[in-house]
Ligand binder design. Structure first.
Ligand code: ADP
Length: 165
């Protein structure tokens, strides 16, 4: 059976922390689907399409990695894709507490889906999308926190686009 993992998240934006988790997980799974959560209630900086485009740029030469989006429960999306693994990264003890609750709820809803956690590399443990977004929104240089393939100048946030219209 093909080992398919879903890596769900907001990825607003995708960072080198996310990239490192995917690259390490590539030896564990046959296919990894990076699934961008499309939550209409959540105010995102980058549009769904922009986030997917950025991630596609990073993995365009990787046969094993696909980029998609989903709405609703992550476990329902996993079932739809035939994925038996849910991949997550762990940075801090607060990540652990948050992931523990979600992981246990998911396991109780779908016993056939295993959550798999990879510990972040120490040099990535302070990187989170919120901080990177803050740097971008305030005109700073966030390029070292996003994958080399992503040129931030090529992408506009939703608010910036509004200002242009
Ligand atoms: P969410 O909004 O669900 O937290 P994120 O886009 O922030 O989604 O993150 C998706 C996944 O990537 C989560 O499992 C998160 O713990 C992990 N992650 C985020 N940043 C890092 C990092 N710097 N190192 C390792 N894992 C990370």
């Amino acid at each position: 059976m093909k080992k398919i993992a879903v890596f769900p998240g907001s990825f607003d934006p995708f960072t080198i922390g996310h990239e490192a988790i995917i690259r390490r997980a590539m030896s564990l799974f046959d296919e990894i689907i990076i699934a961008v959560g499309a939550n209409a209630l959540k105010k995102n900086f980058y549009s769904l399409e922009t986030r997917k485009e950025m991630i596609n740029t990073v993995f365009k030469n990787e046969q094993k990695v696909r980029v998609d989006h989903y709405e609703g429960l992550t476990v329902d999306y996993c079932k739809k894709r035939g994925a038996h693994y849910l991949l997550r990264g762990l940075r801090t003890s607060s990540d652990f507490e948050f992931e523990r609750a979600i992981g246990q709820v998911n396991k109780s809803m779908e016993p056939g889906i295993e959550s798999v956690f990879l510990l972040t590399a120490p040099e990535h443990s302070f990187i989170n999308s919120g901080i990177v977004r803050d740097i971008i929104q305030n005109g700073g240089d966030a390029s070292k926190f996003v994958p080399a393939a992503i040129n931030l100048k090529d992408y506009k946030g939703i608010e910036d686009q509004d200002m242009l219209t």
